[in-house]
Design a protein around this ligand. Structure first.
Ligand code: ARG
Length: 471
């Protein structure tokens, strides 16, 4: 048991020496963070084990003390994992709780572990370890979604779909090309997260409260033990920097924005009006009043959860904006938003992958509907351009053809050559060849274009890239 003061029966604080009065229960409750920072127990204990080694190396701990402390820390870790340990809010945070548990187990030698160490560098170290791990989780799940996208793109390689700008039919594209656009977004997300991981990969332990640490602590050894590839260069920056956390929230926000856009489209394409996609019953809900309803709630919830992730980014930016050097208690507000973000993006990526893998593509309707709405008009203008007509003139000529077709309720491809020639003498017998959606697509044979050859290459490249990623 932690030592109690005689007069009020409260647990003695680590800083009790300079205090005449004990902390108000309300203030204790207000400032306690154990109910959420307990999440960092593994990181905190692992770093304490490494720190004990560093103290042993400089003879602050004897070999026997070092071994005892490590064993006790490992027991505490197991105890927390099994839910057997009672964490006390009045001890304020995780770090104080673990220290108290250690002292309970090994007696006063446990009080040596904090030599040269501050909770300021301790919490920054825990958070960096946490972010590094969560980056690997995010990257793994993004790859999972990318793989499903490639499967979908491959399975529907022949499907043509209207491409849209302003939500108006623009030009025909392969559905696979359309899906590969999302693959590219996710590829950037992956790279962004990997960069966040690199930013977090800096050892800050050994910065002390702010000025650096005494006892000649071997920080390079600590970095090695804890899996950091770099060591921070400035102790003051090290304890007050949360850029790596902001970067994680930013990468998460962009990821959510991408998924939200995709979900928005899935919602629209699953409407009766579109009917391009049909969601599996497994990932849809019904209405409690209207028996016919089938609602895309999962996609809507993902779109909705984007708001909370943006919120955490904004909250953290705001927490940071007025902080003078170095550590300020405001920084304790860095955790809940981060934890909620990691939970949110992981659950979102998991469920999105499942929903996407079970989506039914109404390819026949997509290809049919790409034939309506004059989607090959631009190709017709380019036909004239190839025959020397300046593009602006060709654009106007084809505009008139479209207006004529609209008035007479016809598709361009059904116009006879004679009718076309009334708009321009440059139209000849071969014009009909370029009017089909298939030829429109085949003609976009440029790097990054929707020609089947290019899309197949893109899928192949992506597959190779993903396989290489995993290696
Ligand atoms: N619970 C604190 C946090 O999360 C740990 C650091 C406390 N440091 C201090 N000097 N009060 O930020």
């Amino acid at each position: 048991m932690a030592k109690k003061t005689e007069q009020d029966g409260k647990i003695k604080k680590a800083w009790a020496g300079r205090f005449r009065d004990s902390m108000a229960a309300s203030a204790e409750k207000f400032s306690s963070s154990i109910h959420y920072d307990v999440r960092l127990y593994k990181q905190d204990i692992v770093q304490s084990v490494a720190y004990a080694k560093a103290l042993f190396k400089v003879q602050i701990l004897s070999e026997a003390e070092y071994k005892k402390i490590v064993k006790a820390l490992e027991d505490i870790l197991k105890g927390i994992e099994k839910g057997k340990i009672n964490l006390r809010p009045e001890l304020e945070d995780l770090h104080m709780n673990i220290e108290a548990l250690l002292i309970e187990k090994v007696g006063s030698m446990g009080k040596k572990l904090h030599s040269g160490r501050s909770r300021n560098d301790q919490v920054a170290t825990d958070l960096r370890m946490y972010v590094k791990y969560e980056v690997t989780e995010a990257v793994m799940l993004i790859r999972k979604v990318q793989t499903i996208l490639l499967d979908l793109a491959e399975a529907n390689i022949k499907v043509i779909v209207p491409g849209y700008t302003h939500m108006q039919r623009a030009q025909p594209v392969l559905l696979s090309h359309h899906l590969m656009a999302y693959y590219e977004m996710l590829e950037r997300d992956k790279i962004r997260f990997l960069k966040v991981g690199e930013g977090a990969d800096v050892l800050v332990l050994g910065s002390g409260a702010l000025a650096g640490t005494n006892f000649n602590i071997d920080r390079e050894m600590l970095a090695k033990e804890l899996g950091f590839s770099k060591v921070s260069r400035n102790s003051m920056d090290a304890v007050s920097d949360r850029d790596f956390l902001l970067d994680f929230l930013q990468a998460s926000s962009v990821l959510m924005m991408h998924l939200s856009r995709f979900c928005e489209e899935i919602i629209i394409w699953s409407t009766f009006e579109f009917d391009f996609y049909r969601l599996s019953d497994k990932y849809s809900t019904g209405s409690s009043i209207m028996p016919q309803k089938k609602n895309p709630d999962i996609a809507e919830l993902i779109r909705g959860k984007t708001g909370r992730v943006y919120g955490h980014l904004m909250a953290m930016l705001t927490v940071m904006k007025g902080l003078p050097m170095t550590y300020n208690r405001d920084l304790q507000e860095d955790k809940e938003g981060l934890f909620d973000t990691t939970d949110t993006i992981k659950s979102v990526l998991e469920i999105f992958a499942e929903m996407l893998a079970t989506i039914e593509v109404n390819g026949e309707l997509m290809s049919r509907s790409a034939k309506k709405g004059f989607l090959t008009s631009t190709d017709l203008a380019y036909y004239l351009v190839r025959r020397g007509v300046p593009f602006r003139e060709a654009h106007e000529i084809v505009g008139e053809v479209v207006a004529y077709c609209e008035d007479s309720n016809m598709q361009i491809e059904y116009l006879s050559l004679k009718q076309l020639k009334q708009f321009s003498p440059h139209f000849t017998y071969d014009v009909t060849r370029i009017l089909s959606t298939e030829s429109s697509i085949a003609n976009k044979d440029v790097t990054g274009g929707t020609a089947p050859k290019k899309v197949k290459e893109a899928i192949k490249r992506a597959r190779k890239n993903l396989a290489h990623d995993k290696a």
